[in-house]
Ligand binder design. Structure first.
Ligand code: FAD
Length: 365
């Protein structure tokens, strides 16, 4: 884990701000990260991955998230694609796809559509059998990593049920259109993806067709939520480091900012937020690693708690740095924009609240 952190540290260097401003991470960096196994480090060794536990992969994700939420977003998409293949794919599909993903071929995961955001039962994309092929037609929006991807894991209707199919991003009929000027994670390659009668071998439908939407979506989202939750712990670590440095070194009214009790309270609140996020993520990863049935609710809780703390904590960091942090792409300004988006994705916080309430009502009946 230390070696991977050192590798990520060297890879990112002090480039995150310039990647954010440019709206893209150099292809070479993404390739290097992929080839080293960083992007989906939980893939088992027998499939060519690093075989990290959820807890170690979480710490790695937090480290990258503390430096660059855009690169962390690519890790989330790649890991989510790999996990979807691992869970939903059959033996042949796992053997064919996982080594390629673990080796660095980038993937994106596409659920959302213009008419289907929180309510994925409204997905209108169609996956239709045609001999030994399937034909995919539909429109997906806000697909993270799509601008970098070689593979798109596309969810859509198949007969009376739902299916997930792996579509080559450069297949005929696929159009990837970058989302202009996203609020945050600006270099994460978000795109609208149009699929116009795209023909792929039926063997690319993961685990066969016509399964329940809830099962398919919740499988993929479980990984996505865990990864985002750890990424948010990382945002808080980055914010805490910026705030501590600034509060110790900037002097006003004859003493360092940290010497003013109202500023010290901000530092204390950030520490509490970072520790809370880390603990709730570590608990969810422990449930994942020990295959506890509690993993579903623990993962939703981790994403909910961490993203709320990250959004509030990043705002606090901008407050403490004040004019020093009030510039586009300054690390705390970037964290402020990036963290807000974490309250929206992988099931918005309102959807997480509904899931948590349902869980609480069933447990405490
Ligand atoms: P809506 O569903 O229209 O919701 C609008 C508001 O209403 C939200 O506050 C929501 O919480 C609330 N709301 C909706 N229904 C309810 C309800 N029943 N009860 C209470 N409140 C409710 N999608 C992908 O498929 N793949 C990706 O890789 C991906 N990456 C993304 C990255 C970013 C940065 C962003 C912003 C989005 C991404 N998305 C992706 C899309 C994301 O999953 C959706 O934005 C999210 O599910 C919310 O859907 P929506 O934006 O359509 O909001």
């Amino acid at each position: 884990l230390d070696r991977l952190r050192a590798f990520a540290d060297e890879l990112i260097g002090d480039s995150a701000d310039s990647w954010d401003r440019a709206g893209t991470i150099p292809e070479e960096i993404v390739r290097k990260a992929g080839a080293r196994g960083l992007m989906c480090a939980q893939v088992p060794e027998r499939h060519g991955g690093l075989g990290l536990s959820s807890a170690d992969n979480g710490e790695l994700t937090a480290f990258v998230g503390s430096r660059c939420s855009s690169l962390r977003s690519l890790m989330t998409s790649q890991g989510m694609a790999a996990w979807t293949v691992q869970r939903l794919g059959d033996r042949k599909q796992r053997a064919a796809l996982l080594p390629r993903l673990a080796g660095g071929e980038q993937a994106a995961v596409a659920f959302s559509e213009p008419g289907a955001g929180s309510d994925l039962s409204a997905m209108a994309t169609r996956i239709e059998p045609d001999g030994d092929r399937v034909v995919v037609t539909g429109e997906k929006v806000w697909i993270t990593a799509a601008c970098y991807a070689e593979h798109l894991v596309v969810f859509g209707r198949y007969g009376d049920g739902t299916a997930a199919v792996v579509v080559p991003a450069h297949a005929e009929g696929v159009r990837v259109e970058r989302v202009p000027e996203p609020l945050g994670c600006r270099a994460a390659g978000h795109a609208r993806v149009r699929l116009d009668g795209v023909r792929v071998p039926a063997a690319e439908v993961l685990g066969g067709a016509g399964q329940s939407t809830e099962l398919l979506v919740s499988t993929a989202l479980a990984y996505g939520r865990m990864s985002v939750a750890w990424g948010c712990a990382g945002i808080l670590r980055g914010a805490l480091a910026s705030v501590s440095r600034h509060a110790r070194t900037r002097t006003q009214f004859g003493k360092p900012l940290a010497g003013h009790q109202l500023v010290a309270r901000h530092v204390a609140e950030l520490l509490a937020a970072e520790q809370t996020a880390t603990r709730v993520c570590a608990h969810a990863s422990h449930c994942w690693d020990t295959r506890s049935p509690e993993v579903v609710s623990a993962t939703v809780l981790a994403k909910y708690v961490s993203s709320r703390h990250a959004a509030a904590g990043a705002a606090t960091a901008v407050q403490v740095l004040a004019s020093a942090g009030a510039q586009e792409s300054h690390p705390v300004a970037r964290a402020y924009r990036d963290a807000k988006l974490m309250e929206i994705i992988e099931g918005s916080n309102e959807i997480c609240e509904l899931l948590l309430a349902e869980h609480a009502l069933s447990v405490h009946a």
